[in-house]
Design a protein around this ligand. Structure first.
Ligand code: SF4
Ligand code: SF4
Length: 110
C-alpha cells in the first residue's frame, strides 16, 4: 500500500544535446536504409528474440536515433541475427545489418 495514490513522476525529459549520436551517423554511412525507418514496429512484432525475451528492435531503432547508447548496449546481445525482421520490414530497412554493424561499433569502441 506504500505506493498507493498520486506521486511525482520520474523526469522523462531527453536531453539530445548531451546524447552521443556517433552510432547513428556511423550507421547512416554503412547502412543508409536506416533513414527509411518509419517506426511502424513490424520488426518487433515478428522478432524471434522478442518472443522469448523483452527485446524490442523498434525501441532499439529509436534509441539509435536518440543516441542513447547505454540502452542499446544492454539490449542488442539478445538478437540472434536470424534476419526475420529484415524480411518483414515494409520499408526494406536492412535491420539485420544494422544490428550487426551496431555490435561491431559498440564492441570495437569500448
Ligand atoms: S519494421 Fe522497418 S520501418 Fe518498421 S520500425 Fe522496424 S525497421 Fe522501422
Ligand atoms: S535478426 Fe534479431 S531483431 Fe531481427 S528478428 Fe531475428 S532476433 Fe529479432
Amino acid at each position: 500500500m506504500a505506493d498507493f495514490g498520486y506521486k511525482i513522476q520520474e523526469d522523462r525529459q531527453i536531453n539530445y544535446d548531451s546524447n552521443d549520436r556517433t552510432l547513428f551517423y556511423f550507421l547512416k554511412r554503412v547502412e543508409p536504409s536506416i533513414s527509411l525507418c518509419i517506426g511502424c514496429g513490424t520488426c518487433s512484432a515478428t522478432c524471434t528474440a522478442g518472443q522469448f525475451t523483452q527485446f524490442d528492435l523498434h525501441k532499439i531503432m529509436l534509441y539509435v536515433r536518440r543516441g542513447e547508447k547505454v540502452h542499446i548496449a544492454n539490449e542488442i546481445k539478445k538478437c540472434m541475427l536470424c534476419g526475420k525482421c529484415s524480411l518483414a520490414c515494409p520499408k526494406g530497412v536492412n535491420t539485420r545489418n544494422i544490428i550487426f554493424q551496431t555490435r561491431k561499433f559498440l564492441y570495437s569502441n569500448k
